[in-house]
Design a protein around this ligand. Structure first.
Ligand code: CS2
Ligand code: MN
Length: 357
């Protein structure tokens, strides 16, 4: 398991790369270009500049999170083929600097959704939470409730004001699709890009839907084992893989996360793992927790053991951390708690690896 940390770039991330370098067992940075509009080709000069920054502090740049998918690819809209051609050009550019894995998602309109970005835990730390009752009604209503909720000026990805101007239009475009239509459009996309991925040795790693269920009447296609098997079936290759996010999949109590790991990592379909814990507060409500098993509802030892037993040798990162020690980070992406998470997870990994030698 090669550990990395996500970094949002010198412009947008308050954490210096030099600090990431000091986190024990972290060897990789998972980066992206955040100033290229979705759908356009990532220019070579900007990719090289990012790589040089990361390598400049002695870390490696082999994964990207995310190259986002243009809505016309998901909807099957008029600019679909243009956006796919550009995606292919981006894959080739990334390959030229040694990128091995691209994390992406196929969620309509929004990326992950939480109802509280700053939920106080009894120990005085802050975390993100999800309450199902608060996502009833329209997306607009949810957003207003969320903004009333002390977000510290932060927005969830996909909820940026410039996108929300088109929200109604987007929701209407997705409405007639249903999960079947979205899956068809995914199939068209993945079949179009796979030959390039294979030729240029870049693995696609789809992030599951977060939370793993339909919201605001929008379709979802990556929520459980059955969905993931269908995604595999559209193009069966280690290049058509998953970002196995334990938190996202674990947010549905019916998902057996270690079993999912054994199945999909066991078939070499998991180039990238995101590992975090969540704590259920009802059947469907949860908040994100500190990484160790005792603080959440997922058994992190079982999870790490499942990766080991599946023969996993890919990349991993601790996913979201809480705000602790007075830090006020990007929601989920402060330094301290993610560093603690990495230390804990890499400790479990060392113990499991050595015990099974
Ligand atoms: C990430 C996602 O912060 C997170 O939860 O796992 O935002 C992830 O980057 C995207 O869904 C991948 O496209
Ligand atoms: Mn994740």
């Amino acid at each position: 398991m090669k550990f990395g940390m996500r970094w949002f770039g010198a412009q947008d991330d308050p954490i210096p790369l030099e600090y990431i370098r000091q986190v024990p067992n972290v060897t990789h940075v998972i980066g992206a270009l955040f100033d290229v509009p979705v759908g356009e080709v990532w220019p070579m000069d900007k990719i090289i500049a990012l790589r040089d920054q990361i390598e400049g502090v002695g870390l490696k740049f082999e994964l990207v999170e995310s190259v986002n998918i243009h809505d016309d690819i998901k909807i099957g809209g008029p600019k679909r083929d243009w956006a796919i051609d550009n995606y292919i050009a981006t894959i080739k550019n990334l390959s030229a600097v040694g990128i091995k894995v691209i994390c992406y998602n196929f969620m309509p309109v929004f990326d992950w959704v939480r109802t509280q970005l700053r939920h106080r835990l009894p120990d005085g730390s802050y975390t993100m939470a999800y309450q199902d009752a608060l996502v009833q009604g329209t997306a607009q209503e949810t957003m207003e409730r969320m903004n009333a909720n002390n977000t510290g000026g932060h927005k969830l990805p996909g909820w940026e004001p410039e996108r929300l101007v088109h929200l109604q239009e987007l929701l209407e475009a997705y409405a007639p699709l249903g999960a079947e239509g979205l899956a068809e459009n995914f199939k068209y996309f993945i079949q179009a890009i796979m030959p390039t991925c294979e030729q240029y040795d870049v693995k696609m790693a789809m992030h599951p839907d977060d939370p793993p269920k339909a919201l605001f009447g929008l379709p979802r296609i990556a929520t459980d084992a059955q969905d993931l098997r269908r995604i595999e079936s559209f193009y069966d290759s280690p290049y058509n893989g998953f970002t196995l996010c334990t938190g996202s999949l674990g947010e549905n109590r019916a998902n057996d996360v270690p079993a999912l790991i054994r199945e999909f990592a066991g078939r070499d379909k998991v180039p990238f793992a995101q590992i975090r814990n969540i704590k259920f507060t009802s059947d469907v409500d949860f908040h994100e927790s500190a990484h160790p098993s005792a603080y959440g509802s997922l058994d992190m030892y079982e999870i790490m053991l499942a990766f080991y037993q599946a023969g996993f040798d890919g990349y991993a990162r601790s996913d979201h951390g809480r705000d602790i020690w007075g830090e006020r980070g990007r929601p989920g992406y402060g330094l301290y708690d993610r560093a603690l998470g990495t230390s804990y997870l890499s400790g479990l990994w060392e113990a499991i690896t050595k015990a099974n030698r």
